[in-house]
Design a protein around this ligand. Structure first.
Ligand SMILES: CC(C)(COP(=O)(O)OP(=O)(O)OC[C@H]1O[C@@H](n2cnc3c(N)ncnc32)[C@H](O)[C@@H]1OP(=O)(O)O)[C@@H](O)C(=O)NCCC(=O)NCCS
Length: 309
């Protein structure tokens, strides 16, 4: 495609990204399982301690069933429930919110939450598709949510929003029920782009910068905090320019915001758990820190979570 490193870095901040080697049998389910094994081990648990699975992705191995059940099989956990979340870039926080409610009601004790994406196989790798295809990377991340008796710790609140009138501004229209494979094959139109992701980039950008701020303030207000009290903001890694804009508007210092889009591109539902994991491993998230997660994406959907670590 006709593009340059300079254009990509200037507009998106992306220097590197990871794409699955098609020669391997990596898939969202298998990558998610690798991340899940690490998360379970880091939590000091065994797969058999997990009593529910939540899997967020927009790029499932199959049209149906979703990959939650495949993870259950790959981890060898017998017959627990598995839920698939379809909220794209906000998918991880939507999943976190669902898991949080299940834990707070006492229904489950240890929930495995995965975000995993295989974008590279489905992008339009041509000049026509360059506005979308230069941004997205493959990846997976996972966390284990566990019940704790410490009342002032853990997930303080989650905030979920959607505005469906903008569904087509960032979407993959077909093949799906709306535009089934039969139609695509019958038309056999070389100019058909319906089976590639479409993004109205400028429109998405403008909405993202507003919604990120709104939903972060909503979480802070709900818990009586100010932006300067955030120890670590982990925004969904959509575009470095979006994160920087939000950081400036909130008046946050560099050490209060974690970005790794430079190394991975936009990995949709996987971006927050990957960033959370790296920030934690690098010692940037410490006991008692106030951690804020925020996301915006296709739907449009947007969401935040405030966590006392
Ligand atoms: C996608 C995005 C980087 C494009 O940047 P932009 O400044 O809006 O660029 P535009 O789409 O207006 O295109 C500007 C020019 O660059 C060109 N261009 C687009 N993609 C290009 C690429 N990969 N390489 C080189 N040129 C490119 C366009 O053709 C256009 O050329 P023209 O002015 O001659 O017509 C930006 O809109 C964005 O980041 N949007 C939000 C994306 C996002 O966060 N998505 C995920 C949400 S979860």
């Amino acid at each position: 495609m006709d593009t340059t490193d300079e254009w990509i870095v200037e507009r998106t901040g992306i220097k590197e990204r990871r794409w699955i080697d098609p020669a391997t049998d990596d898939m969202p389910s298998t990558m998610g399982t690798k991340a899940a094994k690490k998360a379970i081990e880091n939590a000091g648990l065994k797969p058999s301690d997990i009593d529910f699975i939540i899997f967020a992705t927009l790029s499932p191995d199959y049209y149906f069933p979703g990959p939650g059940v495949q993870v259950q099989d790959l981890l060898g956990i017998p017959e627990i429930g598995a839920l698939d979340v379809r909220n794209q870039c906000s998918g991880f926080i939507y999943g976190l919110s669902v898991g949080d409610q299940f834990i707070k009601t006492g229904m489950y004790k240890n929930i495995l939450l995965i975000g995993s994406e295989y974008h590279s196989g489905g992008l339009e790798k041509s000049t026509r598709g360059r506005g979308v295809s230069v941004i997205f990377g493959d990846g997976a991340g996972a966390v284990v949510l566990s019940r704790s008796e410490k009342k002032d710790k853990g997930i303080l609140s989650t905030h979920l929003h959607a505005e469906g009138k903008h569904a087509k501004e960032l979407a993959l229209i077909g093949p799906a029920t709306n535009r089934w494979v039969d139609t695509i094959m019958k038309e056999n139109d070389p100019n058909d782009t319906s089976y590639y992701p479409y993004m109205n980039g400028n429109f998405v950008f403008k909405h993202a910068v507003t919604r990120f701020q709104e939903v972060i303030f909503e979480a802070l207000k709900e818990n009586g905090h100010q932006p300067n009290e955030i120890d670590m903001l982990i925004p969904h890694q959509a575009n470095l320019r979006i994160s920087q804009f939000v950081q400036k508007k909130l008046g946050l210092e560099d050490h209060q915001v974690y970005n790794n889009i430079m190394r991975y591109g936009n990995t949709t539902a996987a971006s927050i758990p990957i960033a959370l994991s790296e920030a934690h491993l690098e010692g940037k998230i410490k006991d008692n820190h106030l951690v804020c997660l925020a996301a915006f994406g296709s739907g449009f959907t947007w969401a935040s979570a405030l966590i006392r670590w």
